[in-house]
Design a binder for this molecule. Structure first.
Ligand SMILES: [Zn+2]
Length: 303
């Protein structure tokens, strides 16, 4: 019996492997165990994310180790200041190296830093004590105070469009994310993901979420937020959001970042079960876990 039928051909676009922040920040599993569990759950693949370093090389090695044409690990890059921030050339080079997803700044965004550093508080400050002062100088804002989008972001969207990459708004503020979404729509870029709007560093209002979804962007809802000891959002809130937006505008992902959480596939299975108990149907799960991520990544899935 499969772990969860709705995970058949599912793609998780937000998977933190080990190591991410550092060797001392332990995850539940090593990468090979993580992807093996996902593959054995019937999933089609995962996007490996790191807050620090590109993951294309790890993805390539994992694909070689798994040697399974039915399952793929895709690499990504996160445009934090440590790797040069908003550099279109970095994105071009990452794409040439096999990256499929570009995350705009996470801990390196001015928004996240201004909220006291959501990732920093949980992990980074303990391991990397210079990061607070570093980010006072280096944190990245993509929209100026008078509302003008940094032209490098448009260039990055153009590179992503030409190379068929997904771009995630990561930890940008809701207002910055909306400006990016409008710019993406303006150039006909159709692979934008509005990342975890209920994350404490983002806390987007329903109005902003709806406005971003209306540009054509996908709204990503991560399971991790509902499973925190003090969750910023309940599964019922997620269910209501899916009902409001429609499943065709939503992507579900895991975003496991703590060793006390179940492995990614198991956590998604539980999240699916909770949503199903509230009324989500199988066609909605297929949209949010299979079809929408596959469309973003530009891959075909077996039906
Ligand atoms: Zn994440």
């Amino acid at each position: 019996m499969p772990l969860e039928p709705a995970l058949c051909n599912a793609i998780d676009i937000h998977v933190h492997g080990y190591p991410d922040v550092g060797l001392e920040w332990k995850m539940r599993t090593d990468d090979l165990t993580l992807v093996t569990l996902a593959r054995d759950a019937g999933m089609r693949g995962v996007v490996l994310k790191s807050h620090f370093w590109p993951t294309m090389d790890r993805a390539m090695i994992l694909n070689e180790r798994l040697d399974d044409p039915q399952f793929t690990v895709w690499g990504s890059i996160t445009l934090n200041p440590l790797i040069g921030g908003l550099q279109p050339t970095t994105v071009e080079a990452a794409a040439a190296h096999g990256a499929k997803v570009v995350f705009l700044p996470t801990w390196g965004s001015r928004n996240d830093h201004g909220h006291g550093g959501v990732v920093r508080q949980q992990v980074i400050d303990e391991l990397l004590p210079s990061f607070g002062p570093y980010l006072d100088v280096a944190a990245i804002k993509v929209v100026s105070d008078d509302g003008v989008l940094n032209p490098a972001v448009v260039d990055i969207l153009e590179v992503a469009k030409a190379r068929e990459l997904v771009v995630s708004t990561a930890h940008l503020s809701p207002s910055e994310s909306l400006v990016v979404a409008e710019a993406a729509a303006g150039i006909g870029f159709t692979r934008l993901v509005f990342a975890h709007p209920f994350s404490p560093s983002i806390s987007a209002s329903p109005e902003v979420i709806d406005a971003i979804a209306a540009t054509g962007a996908m709204v990503e809802i991560t399971a991790v937020l509902t499973m925190m000891p003090r969750p910023p959002i309940s599964v019922a809130d997620v269910y209501d959001t899916i009902c409001r937006l429609g499943a065709d505008r939503v992507v579900l992902s895991s975003d496991v970042f703590f060793k006390w959480l179940p492995p990614h596939a198991q956590m998604l299975a539980m999240f699916i079960g909770q949503l199903r108990s509230l009324g989500s149907g199988e066609a909605e799960f297929t949209s949010m876990l299979v079809d929408n991520p596959a469309r973003l990544l530009g891959i075909r899935t077996a039906k």
